[in-house]
Write a protein that binds this ligand. Structure first.
Ligand code: CO
Ligand code: CO
Length: 328
């Protein structure tokens, strides 16, 4: 659903509270966190969606990596998962579902996650994802709204998966563009999560459907800070520029921009294709981390040396423009 739609649907529901609830419905967080003991909490999340690439095995890997990401974004370690499957039995071969599930399983194995079950329903459209449970120390939960003035912002994966998958649907994406985004979307955010916990950071979220600026907006909403983004420093996929200029713009991109337009101020010098990419809805995107400025280079070096090669410092947190995002 688009940004804002879900808020309307949830508006009438009572907000529950409980002494053990660390992160609940009240915050726009990636996952819920519930304390079991003084040094152990569980992290829970669920995510599933329709295919965005043609290969069912790749789709399974992407969906699983994407579902696990919300646990990593909070600094947690995923432990177990349940498959969530919607399948059009009448019009699709069961072998396709086998490939999807094999892809999901391979990712879970890579992540050290045990599949403990699942649920499937018949549906006109194939959908797949995971419900994931992980653990974290109650004092080590990394929230999305803890950024402080002076922090630097690190993004760990390039942007442009929405634009390129729109081109895949339109039959205009080249093979290289497809393999580039598949490689990125199947990459776990585990290493980035472990590195940020090792270094110590103030805030984190993963970049998914709301696009970079939509998730930046969530990070500053209700806080005392704003953020500055240096658009030239933002990593993007090689083909995203050309495809954006060709008009391969997903519908969600316009909704993301419309929803956050009052919070975002973009300099005239930022080219249109780049403005589009900054709002492009991502699937299994990277982590966006607010790290104290004196640790920013340490974290960046660690990420690069551990194989998170595209990670880059893309901006910083400032007090002067509270609640606003300035893109230059
Ligand atoms: Co998320
Ligand atoms: Co999610």
């Amino acid at each position: 659903m688009g940004p804002g739609d879900l808020a309307k649907a949830l508006a009438g529901l009572p907000l529950q509270s409980h002494p053990n609830l660390i992160v609940g419905m009240e915050s726009a967080e990636d996952a819920g966190v519930y304390k079991l003991t003084d040094d152990l909490a569980i992290v829970q999340t669920v995510d599933f969606f329709t295919p965005i690439v043609d290969d069912p095995y790749d789709f399974g890997r992407i969906a699983a990596a994407n579902s696990l990401s919300d646990v990593y974004a909070m600094g947690g370690s995923p432990l177990t998962a349940l498959n969530v499957v919607c399948f059009p039995q009448d019009k699709m071969e069961i072998s396709i579902l086998q490939e999807v599930l094999r892809g999901g399983m391979d990712k879970m194995q890579e992540a050290g996650v045990i599949l403990v079950g699942g649920h499937s329903v018949e549906d006109p459209e194939l959908k797949y994802g995971l419900s994931v449970t992980g653990t974290i120390h109650p004092d080590k939960v990394v929230r999305n709204n803890g950024a402080r003035a002076g922090d630097r912002l690190i993004l760990t994966k390039p942007l442009g998966t929405g634009i390129i998958s729109t081109a895949i649907k339109g039959g205009t994406a080249g093979e290289e563009a497809v393999s580039e985004i598949v490689k990125s979307m199947t990459a776990l955010n585990r290493t980035a999560s472990e590195m940020m916990q090792e270094v110590g950071v103030h805030a984190c979220t993963d970049i998914t459907g709301f696009g970079l600026l939509g998730h930046v907006a969530e990070m500053i909403e209700g806080t005392e800070v704003g953020m500055e983004i240096d658009s030239a420093a933002v990593p993007i996929f090689t083909d995203a520029k050309g495809l954006a200029e060709m008009g391969m713009i997903p519908g969600g991109l316009h909704r993301n921009r419309e929803f956050r337009k009052d919070m975002v101020e973009i300099s005239r010098g930022v080219p249109q294709y780049l403005q589009d990419i900054l709002f492009d809805p991502q699937t299994s995107g990277g982590l966006l981390i607010a790290v104290p400025h004196e640790k920013a280079w340490i974290l960046l070096e660690k990420l690069h040396s551990e194989g998170v090669a595209e990670a880059a410092i893309i901006g910083g947190v400032v007090a002067e423009i509270k609640g606003k995002i300035r893109v230059k």
